[in-house]
Design a protein around this ligand. Structure first.
Ligand code: PGA
Length: 254
């Protein structure tokens, strides 16, 4: 179901004590200050997921998310974590195909299709990331590129399964750079993504999907980005590491 979502991707940051402090601050601030209709997803490093679960009240607006999982269900894949393991410790959302995973770990669209499948089979919600490089934005068919990412990793799904996917549009040139897409640029791509889904699955399915924006979104620009008709919230990196900034982003979405 389409809903407003703000997800915090902590990436490879925070020690255990710092993670605990940030969790309790965010949980308390969200409880005290957020009353509107917005779902919050916290995605700490996997080593902190079990502990994080204890800080997040079950059945509330805050969900626990992982930053990645493996595309196989189990087996001899040293160092990896499966979707069923994530489920077993109370994870609810999984980021799939973040551009840093694609860039530094060579994750391919086909591999990401497998990850999406494992996440869905385990009853978890994938946050599927897509987005173009600066070179493509300036010199290429960036809309076609992003559509291709969706086609290759999501369009094998049934309409019923796709309804459980959250999409995050994250232009690579905006991630961690301080260069946010303008709200018009975000809206253009979110509209194209929704249209692409509509072309394959029909308008009703497309209108029901949450599409988040990511890339240097923060407490200052979030309200403008989230005011766009096809922007349903954000995937927040840097600004999710500070409780005040992150809570203000959440408030901008409600
Ligand atoms: P950023 O990261 O907000 O630090 O740009 C966003 C992301 O990578 O999800």
């Amino acid at each position: 179901m389409r809903k407003k979502i703000v997800a915090g991707n902590w990436k490879m940051n925070k020690t255990m004590d710092e993670a605990k402090a940030l969790l309790s601050e965010v949980v308390n601030m969200v409880k005290d200050e957020v009353s509107g209709d917005v779902t919050v997803v916290l995605c700490p490093p996997s080593i902190y997921l079990t502990t994080s679960r204890q800080y997040i009240p079950s059945g509330g607006r805050i969900m626990l998310g992982a930053q990645n999982c493996h595309e196989k269900e189990s087996g001899a894949y040293t160092g990896e974590v499966s979707a069923s393991m994530l489920k077993s410790v109370g994870v609810e959302y999984v980021i799939v195909g973040h551009s840093e995973r694609r860039q530094y770990f060579g994750e391919t669209n086909a591999q990401l299709a497998g990850k999406v499948d494992r996440v869905l089979e385990n009853g978890l919600t994938p946050i599927f990331c897509c987005g173009e490089s600066l070179d493509l934005r300036e010199n290429g068919d960036y809309v076609g590129f992003v559509k291709g990412q969706l086609t290759d990793s999501l369009f094998h799904l049934s309409a019923e399964a796709l309804a459980n996917v959250v999409v995050a549009y994250e232009p690579i040139w905006a991630i961690g750079t301080g260069l946010t897409a303008s709200s018009a640029q975000a809206q253009e791509m979110h509209f194209e993504i929704r249209q692409h889904i509509a072309d394959k699955y029909g308008d009703a399915v497309a209108q029901d999907i949450s599409i988040l924006y990511g890339g240097s979104a923060n407490e200052k620009n979030a309200a403008d980005l989230f005011s766009q008709p096809d922007v349903d919230g954000g995937l927040i990196g840097g600004a999710s590491l500070k409780s005040r900034a992150f809570t203000d982003v959440v408030k901008a979405a409600q």
